[in-house]
Design a protein around this ligand. Structure first.
Ligand SMILES: [Zn+2]
Length: 141
């Protein structure tokens, strides 16, 4: 295995999987920002709810990407469609984190802690720019 001198391939894949998950959770938060900031809403309150009927989003429906799939893109309460942009942004953000982490890997010289820090740092920096872009594009439309 090409990674055995470095870290085991299994750990590499496992780590990237979790980085992707963290990225998608961040993406979910960016969706909230992109929706609420242009509308002048508070970013923390109220909790996630359907913009059409106001029903609270159940925690398991708030899971990035999967929640939308479980709901088949429709609000559980009013059955109004939920934009596919939500899971797309979540998946894309997860993907960006994954790519950033893979790019950081060669820089870390066999140091798992350093790789973790590089990965999280790169993901956060990317997400700030990505978040600004999403807010900006929502303001325009
Ligand atoms: Zn609804």
């Amino acid at each position: 295995m090409p990674f055995d001198d470095f870290i085991p391939l299994g750990l590499y894949v496992f780590f990237l999987f979790w980085i992707g998950c963290i990225g998608s959770v961040v993406g979910s938060f960016l969706n909230v920002l992109a929706y609420r900031i242009p509308r002048g809403m508070n970013i923390a309150f109220p909790a996630s709810h359907c913009p059409k009927c106001g029903a609270k989003i159940r925690p398991w429906h708030n899971i990035p990407v999967l929640g939308w799939m479980i709901l088949r893109g429709k609000c559980k309460d009013c059955h109004e469609p939920i934009s596919p942009m939500y899971p797309i942004i979540e998946a894309l953000t997860g993907f960006f984190w994954l790519i950033a982490s893979m790019l950081a890997f060669p820089l870390t010289n066999n140091n798992f802690t350093l790789w973790t820090l590089y990965s999280l740092g790169a993901g956060i920096v990317l997400s700030v720019f990505w978040g600004f872009f999403l807010v900006w594009i929502n303001k325009k439309s």
